[in-house]
Design a protein around this ligand. Sequence first.
Ligand SMILES: [Zn+2]
Length: 257
Amino acid sequence: MPFIEAHMHADSRSGEEFERLAAAGCEGIVAVAGPAGGFSSSAGLDDYFRRQDRLDRKRIERAGLKAWIALGIHPVGIPEAGLDESLVGLAEMLKKHHAQALGEVGLERGGDLEERVLSRCFAVAKELDLPLILHTPRHEKRKMLNRSLKLLAQSGLSPERVLADHLDETCLDLASQAGCWLGLSVHPSKLSARQAAEMVVNHGAERVIITSDTGSNPSYLFALPSFIAAGDTQGLPEAQIQSCIRDHALAWLRESS
Ligand SMILES: [Zn+2]
């Protein structure tokens, strides 16, 4: 069954892994910018974006996959200096490096600084009409999502452009009521494939996008194929599984399937 990787930190994965994903049915990868170990300056952030556009895009395409590049300021990767410059220049940086989405962005611990960055990212996504990947943290997930959704409402960016990711049972309702796409991450520190399939059985497949958040930390490279198997075991109809692993992601990206 074909699938789309809607949230992958491709900069920390190898070309061999992209080839294995392609062989397993992957059609494309949204290569998402992460904290990348931190940035000392706005120029460092700009170079990181440039690497994703020039290097990671080619590595993904070389495996026969479609690449969408998502760039943004992760709450754990806020530049130590030159933040004003980064925020003012963000839209230009994204255009220059051909971003097709904005992310991943969100609140990790919360506070004025993170909120300022997130609000600016929402505004830039609205200005450039880009889909956005919203991170939710491991701790105080519901509280941080609630605050993020308030900032989203203030920004005027349409929730149907936003993939609220790493949701769990404690906060799925919030993102659903707000009208966002609902990201369930099959990942060793998040949901198992079985838990994600159970959530779809219980809540329905509407607006659900299964993600892997594969990156530098231990991940499940075959998160989406394992969701397909788990969904099948749980008795999910094939059409619903297909929506969660491919069609909804394409709709969020505004790509025709
Ligand atoms: Zn991520």
